[in-house]
Design a protein around this ligand. Sequence first.
Ligand code: ASP
Length: 345
Amino acid sequence: MPPGRGPHSRNASVPSVHTMRTPHIALLATGGTIAGTAGSATDTSGYAAGQLGAEALIAAVPPLAALARLSAEQLFNLDSKDMGPPHWLALARRVQALADDPAVDGIVITHGTDTLEETAYFLHITVSAAKPVVMTAAMRPATALSADGPLNLYQAVALACRPAAGRAGVLAVLGDRILPAAAIAKRHPSAVDAFSREGALTTLASDAALHALAPARNSRVALPPGLQMLPPVELLAVAAGSSPALVRALAGASLAGAVAGVVVALPGNASLPDAWLPALNELPDSVPLVLASRCGGGISRHRADAPGHWLDAGALDPLKARVRLIAGLGADLRGARLRRWFERG
Ligand code: ASP
């Protein structure tokens, strides 16, 4: 063996860890249980979400210093039950600014688990980023024995340091799993393992597996820079035998401009009960109506004879269908353009 070619020698063409630049990860903190505190270490339910600041979250995970140079911003400090379109818009603008900043290598967002799937999907379809955007959260407050937040944060930052994650759109890291935005679904109110495993990768996933998550081309919309407020879109659910009285109330509100779109969560293959049809027909044509399946999986298709302003949620569950309609209307897509973009989801 030639000198310097032994098993422990370095190949000069591969940069060593010491010559690589430490990634700069921007942490945006928005609250949630990951920043929550309780009066005792054994209390995992009687706590207040959104109490600790971004710097405290970082300080609780000393090994982060070996992964990345972190800058922290506190955007909000909320229980995510109180987040909605105004927060999504502010967050999307900040994430876009960081995505466009060449000094930033990746973005990590801490958030509550309750509405994580809605915020993540909104960012996924409105932010154009070639670098990793990774959300994380926790089910146990920061003060709990075996709190899940610190390791989730560590794994989220580790993923944000991998350029291959930048091709996959918005991701979430929870409990050793990577979830693509379209697959994030909270399925348990209190268990630590609260999120659906469907569509998940492990945090040990290869770069090739991350590349395979790349979102479909043209699945994003650009929100106008001057947009002040996202349009109001309501979600109704059909239960067996429930009355369509709320649809009639929404039809009235939409005529007054208070509702710009409606999503209905329907049984099975987005099947419309006969009693609901006349009420849905009272919604003005200017108000798009999305028919979604409440099954939580699969692809639904509604009737072929539906009016032109009725849209299929397809593979989107009712929550994500609402987010997509809000984003599409916010980007001023109407009529056939809205339909084309919507059905690409
Ligand atoms: N209520 C909390 C929130 O969504 C729950 C959590 O973060 O786990 O902010």
